[in-house]
Design a protein around this ligand. Structure first.
Ligand SMILES: Cc1cc2nc3c(=O)[nH]c(=O)nc-3n(C[C@H](O)[C@H](O)[C@H](O)COP(=O)(O)O)c2cc1C
Length: 350
């Protein structure tokens, strides 16, 4: 990986530095949050990011509330996506999704009290068909701010002192930009913060995140903080997001899959410190093999390797030859094959 930002400060010394973010009783410091990402932000990834430092609030992948209730009912243990959450350090946000206030309230209460999550986050942004159109959840609910308000109110009641947040998009499509109404409904119902991904659901991940719109939502809320999300890839972009758009916090997703050490560099930039070098190829290799080890221990060699492919593809991006690497890694079925391909991509002598 090319060294993109070696030994520099990316912040303007005259820019006011953002203070810690308060989400209810939880202090998020620095005010830089991990985006929940299905298939990625599992315990192993959260631990990795914690080791590098700089993330104020790690998050789980989205957990299906109904699924948790059913697994419980049939005595099938607990969802894989809750791996590690009982014992890992806090703060930690656990994200859940559904459209039924009672189910969400029941699961949120358990997540808050039995699992002791620091924050319960409600997903109102997922554009995937299975969640949105089919399950009438996630971004599907953005068309109905009142319903979101009712859901949040029930969940807030169930969670007691544990803060409840909502993650939303700008609306379902360009002609249905409901985010201001939705954010106000979340605020009115007792939500503790709202995170806005600056795209519509229809956009999925195309185009660019609209930070002007995120800023407008911030200006329409009276009490609760707004966390901006979308396309932040460098420490400088984060520093600019705080100063230009007045958000209270930022959330980082895809860029920190390719570079899990990005949070620590952002933290340095926000504090006006010198940003260190990117990890060497050898260090990046160690990151990948360390993750492989954790995944294999948890899921066994076959599944562990399969689950690691997507993460390796992300981490392997950004240097020539990525296409061949991806093809090779996606064919790896054994731990030995996986390790060999990673060793070739991340040689120790450079
Ligand atoms: C692979 C992947 C999985 C995601 N899973 C979730 C999820 O479980 N819950 C959620 O609210 N958003 C999810 N998102 C959206 C991210 O949280 C985030 O809003 C989006 O990636 C934009 O931020 P970014 O530009 O920093 O990546 C996912 C995104 C990706 C790329």
């Amino acid at each position: 990986m090319a060294s993109m930002e070696n030994s520099q400060t990316n912040s303007d010394p005259n820019t006011e530095r953002p203070g810690p973010l308060r989400i209810g009783s939880v202090l998020v410091d620095p005010p830089v949050l991990m985006a929940p990402m299905a298939g990625f932000t599992n315990w192993a990834y959260r631990e990795l990011v914690r080791r590098f430092g700089g993330c104020g609030l790690p998050a789980t992948e989205m957990v299906c509330a109904r699924g948790l209730v059913e697994m419980d009912h049939y005595g099938r243990g607990e969802p894989e996506r809750l791996w590690g959450i009982r014992d890992e350090p806090r703060p930690l946000a656990v994200q859940i999704w559904d459209n039924d206030p009672d189910t969400l309230a029941e699961v949120a209460r358990r997540v808050a009290h039995d699992y002791q999550a620091s924050v319960v986050d409600l997903n109102f942004g997922c554009p995937a068909r299975d969640i949105s159109e089919k399950a009438e959840s996630g971004s599907y609910l953005l068309d109905d701010p009142d319903r979101i308000g009712r859901i949040v109110a029930r969940v807030v009641e169930a969670c007691g002192r544990v803060p409840v947040t909502a993650k939303i998009r700008l609306g379902r499509s360009d002609d249905r930009l409901t985010a201001v109404d939705v954010a106000q409904a979340v605020e009115g119902a007792g939500g503790a913060a709202v995170t806005v991904h600056g795209r519509t659901a229809r956009q999925q991940f195309s185009g660019v995140a609209d930070w002007e719109r995120i800023a407008r939502i911030k200006s329409r809320l009276k009490r609760i903080p707004v966390v901006g999300n979308g396309d932040l890839e460098t420490p400088k972009a984060v520093v600019d997001a705080f100063s230009r758009f007045g958000v209270d916090g930022v959330m980082i997703g895809r860029a920190a899959l390719t570079r899990p050490w990005l949070f620590s560099r952002i933290e340095a930039a926000l504090a006006g410190r010198v940003i260190g070098s990117e990890p060497s190829l050898k260090q990046q290799r160690d990151v990948l093999l360390g993750q492989l080890d954790l995944m294999v221990k948890r899921f066994g060699p076959r599944r562990g390797v399969v689950l690691m492919r997507v993460f390796a593809c992300r981490l392997g991006a950004g240097r020539p030859g990525v296409r061949q690497f991806r093809v090779a890694i996606c064919r790896a079925t054994t731990v030995d094959e996986f390790v060999e391909i990673v060793r070739r991509r991340f040689p120790s002598e450079r």
